[in-house]
Design a protein around this ligand. Structure first.
Ligand SMILES: *Cc1c(COP(=O)(O)O)cnc(C)c1O
Length: 384
């Protein structure tokens, strides 16, 4: 089979399975609303949990940063790309979260790939929560280590895995808040088990950082757990993009030697780092934003409790509405869009078969009447 035949066949297969993915051009979008093909919608699909993606303070910091440092880093951090703003932000992040070191990555996907591939060797094993993000599971399955998944949020299931034999080292992988279910991991129990077996724990807190814990320090801080490795990302509550690894002094030095995403890739533009500095200020001073988000979550959950579709066990900004059938989820999303609410249907293989859902995300940027509008439309659609 030729390359082009293979490509065609794969596309056909995708179409047949109803899993064909397409992008939509957004003319304008922020945490509250978006504009597509000339129509405005309320946005219930963004990860902009604090509404910072168009915050004037952060925009200004990016502009000032570009004026001062230019638009690009000019090289990897090992050459000349490691600039003053980056060094400062790494120190601030480490101090903020109580770790010796922080290392910046260009994205959460790159950070997860880099950390797992740099660490995991042939005799090692990675024990990951079944619902871990694709960037974690993919890195683990491509690494020479053995990947075993454990039942979602079940410390006993992890304990059973840990009891099995392993010649090398063990890395336990989970998330602070799960991206498709919105629920939180029992981090203390997982960390305790990991420690009992001399395993390291990696927590990816993409959806918890900025939102949870004192000053938005995230799920680990909130649960008083300090995992050996913590990944935070800046594309969600921070409203920008990028990621950081929080770790020990030696682990940071190890990553600087062996994490190929750091060595062979252009560093984050210093102007973007300036924007992240300001986003961090906004997050640290963002108690009012976090309170508004909490109120929106409570308002939604109260209103949605009587719907035909089941809300899930989540007190986070991610409020999935479980529909089950794939086509029904797609149809429901389409009807909501007709009524001005932009919501995304999530289907297998992103979630397990039979659990298609609407992934509704809430933001501090939503006004109370936005949530009421969504509930009103859901109620009107509930009849059939
Ligand atoms: C979004 C997300 C990532 C990827 O982060 P990017 O910065 O968008 O690449 C990684 N892990 C989790 C859990 C995520 O939700």
């Amino acid at each position: 089979m030729s390359w082009s035949q293979r490509v065609q066949e794969a596309l056909e297969q995708r179409r047949k399975m109803g899993q064909y993915r397409q992008r939509t051009v957004c003319q304008q979008a922020n945490g509250r609303s978006l504009r597509i093909a000339g129509t405005n919608y309320l946005n219930f699909s963004a990860n902009d949990y604090l509404g910072l993606s168009d915050d004037p303070r952060i925009i200004n910091a990016w502009q000032q940063g570009a004026a001062r440092y230019g638009v690009g880093a000019g090289g990897s951090a090992h050459v000349t790309g490691f600039r003053t703003p980056q060094a400062e932000l790494e120190q601030r992040l480490a101090a903020w979260l109580g770790y010796p070191r922080a290392l910046l990555f260009i994205s959460g996907f790159a950070a997860n790939q880099a950390v797992i591939t740099a660490l995991a060797g042939k005799d090692d094993r990675i024990l990951a929560d079944k619902l871990s993000h694709a960037s974690l599971l993919e890195a683990a399955s491509h690494s020479p280590a053995t990947l075993r998944r454990f039942t979602h949020n079940q410390p006993q299931a992890l304990a059973a895995r840990l009891a099995g034999p392993c010649n090398g080292e063990t890395l336990v992988v989970t998330e602070g808040i799960f991206s498709m279910d919105g629920d939180s991991a029992p981090l203390a129990a997982l960390h305790q088990l990991a420690q009992q077996h001399n395993a390291w724990l990696l927590v990816d807190d993409a959806h918890g950082i900025g939102v949870r814990g004192e000053q938005g320090r995230g799920s680990c801080w909130q649960q008083d757990v300090k995992p050996d490795l913590q990944i935070i990302t800046f594309g969600k509550a921070f409203g920008v993009s990028g990621a950081a690894l929080l770790c020990s002094e030696d682990t940071a030095e190890f990553m600087l030697q062996f994490a190929r995403h750091l060595v062979y890739s252009t560093a984050m533009p210093p102007a973007q780092v300036c924007a992240l500095q300001e986003a961090l200020n906004c997050v640290q001073q963002g108690d009012d934003l976090r309170q508004r988000l909490r109120q929106n979550i409570a308002r939604f959950r109260t209103g949605a409790a009587g719907l035909r579709w089941q809300i899930m066990n989540s007190d986070s900004a991610i409020q999935p509405l479980r529909v089950g059938d794939e086509q029904a989820a797609v149809d429901l999303a389409a009807r909501l869009r007709q009524q001005g609410c932009w919501v995304t249907a999530i289907r297998p293989p992103t979630v397990p078969p039979g659990t298609a859902r609407l992934r509704i995300t809430l933001s501090a940027a939503h006004l109370p009447e936005d949530i009421e509008r969504l509930l009103e439309v859901l109620n009107a659609t509930d009849g059939g």
